[in-house]
Design a binder for this molecule. Structure first.
Ligand code: OOB
Length: 550
């Protein structure tokens, strides 16, 4: 069964083109152009390895050639689960050169999430590291294959590093080893730049934070995603002198395109990947590479501030530090800038589209107390009450949005779209905000059943469903409660038959079920029963209050 992918109307598309937001270029074509424009400039740095723009362009051809040899063609989806290594970028542009579609998985995802991504996207291949952070991703791929069976499994698994003894996995190094003969490849694909992809095609699939049992996929087109990156790059005043340090997971929309990796490459700057988010690793790279811009989630801020004070680092080159993904406490916003000698920028964004940034010349109080304003003049913002009626500025309400880089429908999720969007195409963010007369937004809460654990999004229902598979648990509610370090932590309230499992046992159980580790509850509390609201839903606010009282 095929269902129509909801997208922008013809009239809207024409308007976004006429405004110059959508430039009608694919990412494959953009890289070709960048290779010609900035050929000798350094585009990408990973440890001692460096790629100029010309290298990156040529490397994309090699990767594309290798992938084509494995049967990957225009429009195919490929799940990419790589940590912060240059290979993420090489594979990403290799796929763009074919017109194939990377699906951005996170390094922490496990059997359940990866299996789901493969199933929903119908991916023909997965690209994984051999091992990362003490975890064997080849083993994970074997489990995914066993679970999906021969029919549902990706045909090909590419491993960056050692493919292991098994024989079935393709080593990335071999895949990129044979240089293509350009004319052949161009013939094979129709065009050598992007496999003949259309700028209105889906260029990548991002993962939503989710409020349902399983995360939804977000289709982003070449036109819309390039605009996302460029609009952010303009606000951040990026140019060829920009050196961006990718500290957060590189596949995260924030790191990749707000303005991040893509914004920097589109400006002719240099992207440096940090293998881990520790301030020691990052500061050494700032010193060595002259990093000018980076992005963090709030829980990292105190570590960075402490290390800047304790160590004798030269952070002079660092001009802007973005913080987003979760609410930044005002006090942290105040100390961060002086500690690093940089301008702080708050970022309130979402994989679905809309990005809000404080401006580099905003007065201090706006930077400390707001989450910025939309990057595009054509971002439409509505703040509405429970009946969907707009509220006056200053009054909290749900944020609805529509615009040139905000999705109009999830990938293959027609049913879900009916509630996730208003009839006129506004995306219901589930965030409760106040709008100031300046247009700046303050995030004051949330009506979606999602927990934001320092930037990591957890859909409560997804975890609750898995908690119920534990033999002793008969009812469960996952609730976010305030936490000093992460903003929120997760507490599982469980009703049990017999002895209640402890937090470790629950984590082990969820791990066996294939759930990513960060979704395991931080605390497990046994209750006699779950309180209900007047309409019969689990009263999570009452549970949270109960915990704070005890
Ligand atoms: C970013 O993207 P997602 O898709 O992981 O999460 C989006 C949600 C928002 O709807 C909001 O609930 C929350 O994360 N959020 C914030 C926030 N930034 C995101 N809540 C409070 N303050 C903030 N500054 O998280 C994301 C995507 C692109 C850029 C930055 C963040």
């Amino acid at each position: 069964m095929t269902e129509t992918q909801r997208t922008w109307s013809r009239a809207e598309s024409a308007r976004y083109r006429a405004a110059g937001h959508w430039q009608g270029l694919t990412f494959g074509a953009r890289l070709r152009q960048a290779g010609a424009d900035h050929g000798a400039r350094v585009a990408l740095v990973d440890g001692d390895r460096r790629w100029t723009y010309a290298d990156l362009d040529a490397e994309a051809d090699r990767v594309a050639h290798g992938l084509r040899g494995l049967g990957v063609v225009r429009g195919d989806r490929v799940v990419v689960q790589l940590p912060n290594r240059a290979e993420f970028v090489l594979v990403w542009f290799g796929l763009q050169r074919i017109g194939a579609v990377p699906v951005h998985a996170m390094p922490g995802h496990r059997r359940r999430e990866i299996g789901h991504l493969v199933r929903v996207s119908g991916a023909v291949a997965c690209v994984v590291p051999d091992r990362h952070a003490g975890f064997d991703h080849r083993e994970l791929m074997r489990e995914v294959r066993a679970e999906l069976g021969p029919e549902g499994s990706p045909r090909t698994v590419v491993v960056v590093g050692d493919p292991g003894p098994d024989g079935g996995f393709v080593p990335f190094d071999a895949l990129r080893a044979t240089p293509p003969s350009a004319p052949d490849d161009a013939q094979e694909s129709g065009t050598g730049d992007d496999g003949g992809a259309d700028p209105a095609d889906v260029a990548l699939l991002l993962l939503s934070g989710g409020t349902t049992g399983l995360p939804k996929l977000i289709p982003r087109t070449h036109d819309d995603y390039a605009y996302n990156a460029r609009a952010c790059a303009e606000v951040c005043a990026l140019d060829a002198g920009t050196v961006y340090l990718a500290v957060l997971p590189i596949g995260f929309n924030f790191t990749f395109a707000c303005p991040g990796v893509l914004g920097t490459l589109m400006a002719g700057g240099t992207v440096v990947v940090a293998p881990d988010p520790s301030p020691q690793t990052a500061f050494a790279l700032v010193e060595r590479e002259g990093v000018t811009l980076t992005s963090l989630t709030p829980p990292l801020v105190t570590h960075w501030v402490d290390e800047a004070a304790a160590g004798s680092w030269d952070l002079d080159s660092l001009k802007v530090v973005q913080v987003g993904g979760a609410r930044l406490p005002e006090e942290h916003a105040r100390v961060l800038g002086p500690a690093l000698g940089a301008t702080v920028q708050q970022v309130f964004g979402m994989a679905e589209g809309l990005i809000n940034l404080t401006r580099l010349d905003d007065p201090d109080d706006l930077v400390r107390t707001t989450q910025g304003r939309p990057v595009s003049p054509d971002d439409e913002i509505l703040v509405v009450d429970a009946d969907g009626r707009p509220v006056p500025d200053g009054t909290p309400g749900e944020l609805l949005t529509r615009g040139p880089y905000t999705l109009r429908g999830y990938y293959r999720a027609g049913e879900h779209d009916r509630t996730a969007f208003t009839p006129d195409g506004h995306y219901r963010t589930g965030d409760v905000v106040r709008r100031l007369p300046t247009g700046h937004l303050v995030v004051v809460g949330r009506i979606k059943d999602q927990i934001n654990r320092g930037g990591e999004k957890i859909a409560a229902v997804e975890v609750e469903e898995q908690l119920l598979t534990h033999p002793a648990i008969t009812a469960a509610a996952l609730v976010g409660v305030p936490d000093e370090q992460r903003g929120e932590r997760t507490v599982a309230f469980v009703v049990c038959d017999g002895e209640a499992p402890g937090v470790r046992e629950v984590a082990a159980h969820l791990g066996e079920r294939g759930l990513a580790g960060y979704k395991a509850p931080d605390e497990v509390v046994r209750v006699a029963g779950l309180p209900l609201t007047a309409v019969g839903k689990v009263d999570k606010a009452a549970l949270a209050r109960q915990l704070l009282r005890s």
